[in-house]
Design a protein around this ligand. Structure first.
Ligand code: GLY
Length: 565
């Protein structure tokens, strides 16, 4: 495989591909990339065209997103990825979630009155867990990649060095978070030069980030977890109340785990397992729904929305009580997805009336505030390999502080722990002891990278940002496509609704549902809240013969791009 000299390669890449429009779904034979940003998608596509496989393209896309989509793309965060390998016909799952640094303890974000100090938990380096992204991408590439590692980083490094033209979505995100971002000098220098936010159409260069990427390009994961970059992270943390040390970085490891696997109708669904709650919660919802004749409804039928909401209420109640890092807390995945247990949960659903969340307790004998600002990518190649990868720094731009002279944001993922049991986190989710802070532990996530097989063959791959709402967005997209027979674009763009047990409210996307539907839901007993559109599903599906791939990028956040060749 070969890349042209950096500068030319990027110009050439930009001239080559365009994103699919929503009005005309396209099908491709050789490969597709779907992600939150066109430049990054084009870089992944070029890797495929140059002979790299889906794993190579996913890594290159993820590194490029760290440059062009710094609000969620990252090298200072963490995530999860599923890989379907055509050769072995197996689905593999890698966990590269951040870990709590060794100095972390359960009460670290509580003030003298035992109240959560939300600013400490969200803003500044003390909110950061030990990053996992670089180790995750490196381990993915070592196990399954085919291209030279350096060739996957090089386009991102060049882009950071020579710059790119900022679009609407980055510029708006910077404005939204301006006040907090500008509290951190090194962040302000890059994104608010001369005290002014970068506007659409302006070129953004990130030489410091280019330096960090060049170490990774040359030395692999050691270029991040050892040496100058690691020292800079540790020094910045030590001087500013952060927890991460060079030992934390040196000791960081990814984990290859079994994905959650469950059956829904004719589909075998594989999704992220603990420490993400995504696969378990989605599995509970879809398995509870499996016995209902959903085919007789439409996606906006109050009867269907009610059944989905009640299944969600029960699944999220269990999430709050039982789920945490399986290396620290008992792993109840099998029990929570057990057919008899699911049947008992289903039995308590009244087909015509909403239950109350005060009555629906976690169901086995025996919250937190998650941020919406994550990003997902899917890639498929001509050999039938598929990657579904979600990664994040938690909030937009993570803890808002970049590591000085290395130009990348640290995450604020520590807020995904239940930092005070039963008090909601940034996503309104509550949590229990299972998700309390402990050194070396991974915080519970809702990221739900998913790969769906039908008759043993890839059928669909998808995922989304959206914090706690990721899980219902992914599950509804699968139902839209498989049960309601929408095409993929409709499945992704169709209005969404969400219930997560607590708060006991049914959220509907504004403008997505008519008055009659809303009145019926209120009549069933729901407190209905209309809210702005959420989540950004990135998805692809295969034709029945497996020869063609259709990608779709959710338009909700404005920058998504589906492309292929
Ligand atoms: N930080 C969002 C999540 O992990 O779900």
């Amino acid at each position: 495989m070969r890349f042209l000299a950096a500068g030319c390669a990027i110009i050439l890449i930009l001239g080559l591909a365009s994103c699919d429009t929503l009005s005309s779904e396209k099908i491709y034979r050789n490969g597709v990339v779907v992600c939150s940003d066109k430049t990054a998608a084009d870089i992944g596509l070029q890797v495929l065209k140059d002979g790299g496989n889906a794993i190579d393209a996913a890594c290159a896309t993820a590194f490029a997103l760290a440059v062009t989509f710094p609000q969620a793309g990252n090298i200072g965060g963490g995530g999860f990825a599923l890989v379907y390998l055509a050769d072995s016909q197996q689905v593999y799952y890698i966990d590269f979630r951040e870990t709590a640094p060794a100095a972390a303890s359960a009460r670290i974000y509580l003030d003298d009155q035992d109240e959560i100090d939300r600013d400490r938990a969200l803003n500044g380096p003390q909110a950061a867990g030990t990053p996992g992204t670089v180790a995750g991408l490196s381990d993915l590439h070592l196990r399954f990649g085919s291209a030279e590692w350096s060739e996957l980083i090089h386009p991102a490094r060049s882009l950071a060095d020579t710059g790119f033209i900022v679009g609407q979505s980055l510029s708006e995100a910077l404005l939204e978070e301006e006040e907090t971002l500008r509290r951190f000098e090194a962040t302000e220098k890059i994104f608010f030069p001369g005290g002014k936010s970068i506007e659409p159409g302006q070129r953004l260069t990130q030489p410091d980030l280019a330096l960090a990427l060049s170490f990774i390009e040359m030395k692999g994961r050691d270029g991040f977890y050892l040496g100058e970059t690691a020292d800079a992270i540790a020094e910045y943390c030590a001087e500013n109340g952060g927890l991460i040390t060079t030992e934390d970085l040196q000791n960081y490891t990814t984990a290859w785990r079994q994905p959650v696997k469950f059956r829904f109708r004719q589909l075998d669904i594989y999704a992220a397992s603990l420490p993400s709650s995504g696969g378990i919660v989605m599995g509970q919802i879809l398995k509870m729904l499996n016995e209902y004749e959903l085919e007789k409804y439409t996606a906006d039928a109050p009867e269907y929305m009610h059944l989905f909401a009640e299944a969600s209420r029960r699944a999220y109640a269990d999430r709050a009580e039982y789920l945490g890092d399986p290396d620290f807390t008992p792993n109840l995945t099998d029990q929570l997805l057990d057919d008899h247990y699911i049947a008992s949960r289903r039995q308590s659903i009244d087909p015509t009336h909403a239950s109350s969340s005060t009555e629906i307790l976690p169901g086995m004998p025996g919250g937190s505030h998650e941020s919406d600002q994550t990003t997902h990518l899917v890639v498929a190649d001509a050999d039938g390999n598929v990657v579904s990868l979600t990664y994040t720094v938690n909030s937009w731009f993570g803890c808002k502080a970049v590591v000085p002279e290395f130009g990348f944001f640290l995450n604020n993922e520590m807020d995904d722990f239940a930092i005070q049991p039963n008090v909601p986190n940034a996503f309104g989710l509550t949590g229990s002891d299972a998700n309390r802070i402990e050194p070396g532990k991974r915080m519970l996530s809702s990221m739900t990278p998913t790969i769906v097989l039908k008759s043993g063959k890839p059928y669909m791959a998808l995922g989304s940002p959206g914090g706690s709402k990721i899980i219902t967005a992914v599950a509804q997209t699968i139902i839209n496509y498989d049960i309601f027979k929408m095409n993929l674009t409709e499945s992704v763009t169709s209005p969404r609704f969400h219930h997560q047990w607590l708060p006991d409210k049914l959220y509907l996307e504004q403008g997505g549902y008519d008055v009659v539907t809303i009145q019926k839901l209120i009549g069933m007993g729901y407190e209905v809240i209309e809210r702005t559109p959420y989540a950004e599903v990135m998805a692809l599906v295969f034709s029945d013969d497996g020869l063609f791939i259709t990608p779709a990028a959710d338009p909700r956040r404005g920058g998504g791009c589906a492309t292929g060749y």
